[in-house]
Write a protein that binds this ligand. Structure first.
Ligand SMILES: Cc1cc2nc3c(=O)[nH]c(=O)nc-3n(C[C@H](O)[C@H](O)[C@H](O)COP(=O)(O)OP(=O)(O)OC[C@H]3O[C@@H](n4cnc5c(N)ncnc54)[C@H](O)[C@@H]3O)c2cc1C
Length: 555
């Protein structure tokens, strides 16, 4: 008698009793010899004789009140003739995810939840950029520098505290401890909880027929999801490559704060690190090529932010065109022209923070015929599908915007579409973004200029933070809230906030844009007194009222 085994991914179980119920349902199907159902693994393993089709087994599970899909085995072999991607209708194909950062984790977890067997390949440090060298180390160091700065500030005369010299090695050790703990908890431990995700540590190579090799092993899968991220990119400045420089990764791992640092690049990463070191005692100069800092933001933001950074002693040059970089025993020399004037800047350290480019070279994507865009990013359609239909891509590898929450969203969506037939559209409308300077920059939707370019009949309101009671009470009135609205619909199309905790305030405008909440509704909604969030209500009221006449008690 012909025997077979079928493996099912089962969804909907809440306890061991569910597993027993499903086991009985499967055992009752004609041709089933044995059924084992595991609640923790969400799987059913069935030995059958001829006659028990996978479809009949899935039906039995569904009749019992649960959902099931057939898991196909992931082939692991080395015979070239067998390397064609394996896809068959009605079954969940096996999935290989290339790159174990945020997008790769989101894709792997989603594919596993959908019942696929997943192989995740990571060639560097598990967790990728965010936890190891990006969001986590930068934000904890920024907070440490902020604490140092506030201790030295004199906002409250009555409670002035003496700032101490920062213990830099201790600050760095604390940062490393946090990174290690989060990598363990949020990546290694999470991975261990998914029995149908297998990690392969090594550099993955994609072949023309979409087989993926890692450490000499060749994997084939029905679907490949590429999540290989991005790496720091530097412009072709004369002498720069020869001189060498810090990227954000090295800048966040120095053993002592340099006496001086030039930062090339005045967007989020460059400014965050510039201010962090300035607050730890480094003399910092920022050189930005565009006319304002944070050039992707509303024009009002960059000018005011530059002023606040200068107030802290940071030298800021916008509109800088760098001619060349040289280095000798004493440090770096940067020759530049700013506003038509030739200037020379000198420093002990040089940080280049001019953006990141997709990791798409050197592991076979071009050979496999996967189309790339002008900056080397993988081209994808609205379903995150590449030019090879079995291959999807998500995260920094598909280019801007490069944020971890975008990577996670994209990874999840790519897995959904890879396994469920392009059922979801990639939608980045109402995407908030935050630059973690102090004051922070947070924004969502269109800038005033973008709204104008789109021909929107717009109205703007701009509320200085000095009109927000919370800011007054905290003696922290730097910044403003600017709202951009469509006059025709009376709805918000953009919000731009410069404030100490702007990142905590941007979610309300984000939801207003996403769900079409009108300006009048924002102005009428309860906002607790005294919170910075109340500033959003006041800014909404400022569309129709003179800001100077807004009483604390006016509803
Ligand atoms: C200094 C800094 C601060 C940041 N701060 C923030 C922030 O505050 N908020 C925010 O939202 N975003 C922030 N970001 C951006 C955020 O970190 C990234 O957008 C996000 O981590 C990208 O995730 P990803 O999965 O696409 O790529 P990554 O996390 O880079 O993962 C890609 C992985 O693929 C692996 N890989 C590459 N090629 C191969 C191969 N051939 N084989 C096997 N493995 C391979 C790499 O080793 C890497 O682990 C910051 C970035 C930096 C640099």
């Amino acid at each position: 008698m012909e025997k077979d085994t079928v493996e099912l991914a089962v969804e909907g179980m809440t306890c061991d009793h569910c597993a027993v119920t499903i086991q009985h349902a499967l055992a009752a199907v004609a041709g089933v010899e044995r059924a084992d159902v595991s609640f923790p693994e969400r799987r059913a393993h069935i030995s059958t004789t001829k006659g028990a089709t996978p479809e009949a087994l899935v039906r039995a599970v569904e009749t019992a009140g649960y959902r099931a899909s057939v898991i196909e085995p992931l082939a692991s072999h080395t015979t070239p003739s067998q390397r064609a991607p394996h896809v068959s209708s009605g079954r969940k194909p096996d999935v290989v995810v290339l790159g174990g950062g945020s997008a790769g984790f989101a894709a792997s977890i989603r594919a596993a939840e959908l019942g696929a067997r997943v192989t995740l390949i990571e060639g560097g440090t598990l967790g990728g950029t965010c936890v190891n060298v990006g969001c986590v180390p930068s934000k904890t160091l920024i907070r440490a520098a902020e604490v140092q700065h506030r201790a030295a500030s004199h906002a409250f005369d009555g409670v002035r505290t003496a700032a101490q010299t920062p213990d830099f090695p201790k600050v760095m050790a604390q940062k490393d401890a946090l990174v290690n703990a989060l990598r363990q908890e949020k990546y290694w431990d999470v991975l261990a909880a998914y029995s149908n995700i297998t990690l392969r540590e090594g550099h993955g190579l994609v072949s023309r027929d979409l087989a993926i090799s890692v450490n000499g092993e060749v994997l084939t899968a029905g679907r490949l999801i590429v999540t290989t991220g991005a790496a720091p990119w530097a412009p072709p400045i004369a002498g720069l490559a020869e001189a060498g420089y810090l990227t954000s990764t090295e800048a966040l791992a120095l053993t002592k704060p340099p006496a001086s640092m030039i930062v090339i690049g005045g967007s989020a990463v460059g400014l965050e690190i510039a201010q962090l070191y300035a607050r730890l005692g480094t003399r910092v100069t920022v050189l930005e090529a565009m006319r304002t800092l944070v050039p992707a933001e509303d024009a009002d933001v960059g000018a005011d932010l530059a002023g606040y950074l200068r107030d802290e002693g940071i030298e800021v040059r916008a509109g800088a065109s760098i001619k060349c970089v040289t280095r000798d025993g004493t440090g770096y020399t940067v020759d530049a022209t700013t506003d038509g004037r030739a200037e020379t800047f000198k420093s002990e350290q040089l940080l280049v923070a001019t953006g990141r480019r997709a990791n798409t070279r050197g592991f076979g994507l071009d050979d496999a015929g996967i189309e790339l865009g002008p900056k080397g990013e993988i081209r994808v359609n609205e379903h995150l599908q590449t030019s090879r239909p079995e291959v999807y891509a998500a995260g920094d590898v598909i280019g801007d915007p490069m944020f971890v929450y975008v990577a996670a969203y994209g990874g999840h969506l790519a897995a959904d579409n890879a396994l469920n037939g392009n059922s979801r559209r990639y939608d980045l409308s109402a995407l908030p973004r935050v630059t973690f300077t102090d004051p922070q920059v947070a924004s969502v939707g269109l800038t005033e200029q973008e709204a104008r370019n789109k021909g929107i009949d717009l109205a703007t309101s701009k509320l200085p933070l000095s009109y927000v009671p919370r800011a007054l009470a905290a003696r922290e009135t730097r910044g403003f809230i600017k709202l951009v609205a469509d006059r025709r619909t009376n709805r918000l199309v953009g919000a731009h906030i410069l404030a100490t905790e702007a990142g905590e305030m941007i979610q309300e405008p984000t939801l207003a844009i996403k769900y079409g909440i009108g300006i009048d509704d924002l102005a009428a909604a309860f906002h607790p007194y005294l919170t910075l969030a109340e500033g959003i209500k006041l800014a909404a009221q400022t569309f129709t009222k003179d800001v100077k006449k807004l009483s604390c008690c006016a509803a």
